[in-house]
Design a protein around this ligand. Structure first.
Ligand code: PEP
Ligand code: MN
Length: 474
């Protein structure tokens, strides 16, 4: 059955420009039926090289037998929330580790990230006056694309670390060997993580009556911690007032919150094994997370990742750098969202502050001209990575400047900034330089724990949330 025949709700008309582009690329789609394995006939990049294919087949078969991690109905609700963000009636916060690690798996770390995302969403909702869609880069964010397939240290060359779902970060032969049974371990860690996240979301922890209890211990005496408590106090007062007016304290938002998971759709063996047919709609869903995105390195129009993602009915995203061409973005959007369903597709821009001002306007204009509906999201992390004293780091000021540029460009064009996508942690790490807490270059070696890219710490993240809230208010 052709993809175009798949039913979709809430579609809006797309201009002739985009339809023409879609027709021109129908040969890329092969005009053919989609299934979760169809990508295997396309060129594919950034996949691990396993030595023992028999073990790969066994490990993947084991995952294919496992239950889905998320439900299709949740994806449909998320799509509606993201559609709101495309028109400015909601705002999306993506946040979490660059790469989750087996060795750093703990209930406290999950709680601290979750709590920080709740805090930030209170700051954003209070300042921006719109609902905040919360998406954790968690419960599946394991696989990493690499710019080089190998790494050389002191004359020794070994395969690059590709994330704990594939191999280990330690620089020795044994650890860097790709092990397919890590797929199963990653699935199990994701399931346990999601179990706790669902407990937090629906078991009382995330109720709005607890806003003042979410401040992290080490944040209590910081400027950001104080500013947060001021807002928490005002939220408490507003709730008391509404209760006095007769509001029912059993309202769902007083007891629970929606929280969604996302990760880069990179490792196609894993994603395909978790792709299931939804029994209520007869549509395919990627059941490893609610939201999947295509990375900057895997978004080639005629390659496997785009083919896989066009067929799953989850809300999806694509990372886009300054290398993206205005014509290509229209083609790509037409392939990934042929029915132009609002909320289906987020474009996650990651260019660096200066390049963004130069390149984003042409992309937005091209998309606007073709009548395509997307949710524009700013990833201010990946265009601002640098190496200082041997550490991969990012400067708080550059991260903030890219967000500033993103809001400025949308303001100039009269379009909608729909969200931010951050690499961040609830831990008190020293991986990014600057911010009010002033992590200096010399501090990098004190608590540098990331297995991949440097993350904003809790204080820096909250500071970003205050800045974004101020922009949303304007
Ligand atoms: C990431 O989000 O960790 C990542 C690798 O992003 P990008 O594809 O934008 O480089
Ligand atoms: Mn990263």
């Amino acid at each position: 059955r052709g993809l175009s025949a798949l039913p979709r709700r809430h579609t809006v008309s797309v201009s002739a420009v985009a339809s023409e582009r879609l027709e021109a690329t129908s040969s890329l789609n092969g005009g053919s039926t989609w299934n979760p394995s169809a990508w295997r006939s396309k060129p594919v990049v950034q996949q691990p090289e396993y030595l023992d294919q028999v073990e790969v087949v066994k490990a993947v078969a084991e995952i294919a037998r496992m239950p889905p991690l998320i439900f299709a109905g949740e994806c449909r609700t998320l799509e509606q929330r993201l559609a709101k963000a495309s028109t400015g009636d909601a705002f999306v916060l993506f946040g979490g580790d660059c790469a989750e690690a087996f060795s750093q798996f703990s209930a406290n770390r999950i709680r601290d990230l979750y709590r920080l995302i709740l805090q930030m969403s209170i700051v954003l909702a209070f300042g921006g006056g719109v609902p905040i869609v919360k998406l954790g880069r968690i419960a599946g964010q394991f696989a990493k694309p690499r710019s080089a397939p190998t790494e050389t240290i002191d004359g020794v060359t070994l395969p690059a670390y590709r994330g704990d779902i594939i191999n280990g970060p330690e620089f020795n032969e044994e650890s860097r060997r790709c092990d397919p049974w890590r797929l199963v371990k990653a699935y199990n860690q994701s399931a346990a993580t999601l179990n706790l996240l669902r407990g937090f979301s629906y078991g009382g922890y995330a109720g709005l009556s607890r806003v003042s209890q979410w401040n992290l211990e080490f944040m209590k005496n910081t400027n950001e911690g104080h500013a947060y408590m001021d807002i928490a106090k005002r939220v408490d007062e507003a709730i008391q007032f509404m209760i006095a007016c007769g509001m029912d304290t059993n309202m769902p938002f007083m007891r629970e919150t929606e929280f969604y998971t996302c990760h880069e759709c990179l490792l196609l063996d894993y994603e395909a094994a978790l792709t299931r047919l939804d029994s209520t709609t007869d549509l395919w869903y990627g059941c490893s997370a609610h939201f999947l995105w295509c990375g900057e390195r895997t978004r080639q129009l005629d390659h496997a990742h785009v083919d896989f993602l066009r067929g799953v009915n989850n809300p999806i995203g694509v990372k886009v750098s300054d290398k993206m061409d205005p014509n290509d973005i229209v083609t790509l959007i037409a392939m990934l969202n042929p029915s132009n369903t609002p909320g289906r597709l987020s474009i996650i821009v990651r260019m660096g502050a200066r390049k963004l001002r130069e390149h984003l306007p042409a992309l937005i204009s091209a998309v606007q001209r073709s009548g395509q509906v997307v949710t524009w999201v700013c990833d201010p992390m990946h265009g601002n990575t640098e190496t200082v004293s041997g550490y991969k780091t990012r400067r708080y000021d550059n991260v903030r400047s890219e967000i500033e540029a993103f809001f400025d460009v949308h303001e100039q064009l009269g379009t909608v900034p729909g969200g931010v996508h951050l690499e961040m942690t609830g831990d008190n790490v020293t991986e990014c330089i600057g911010g009010g807490a002033s992590v200096s270059e010399d501090d990098l070696n004190s608590r540098y724990h990331t297995h991949c890219d440097p993350r904003l710490n809790a204080e820096q993240s909250l500071e970003i949330a205050f800045y974004v809230a101020q922009r949303l208010r304007q």
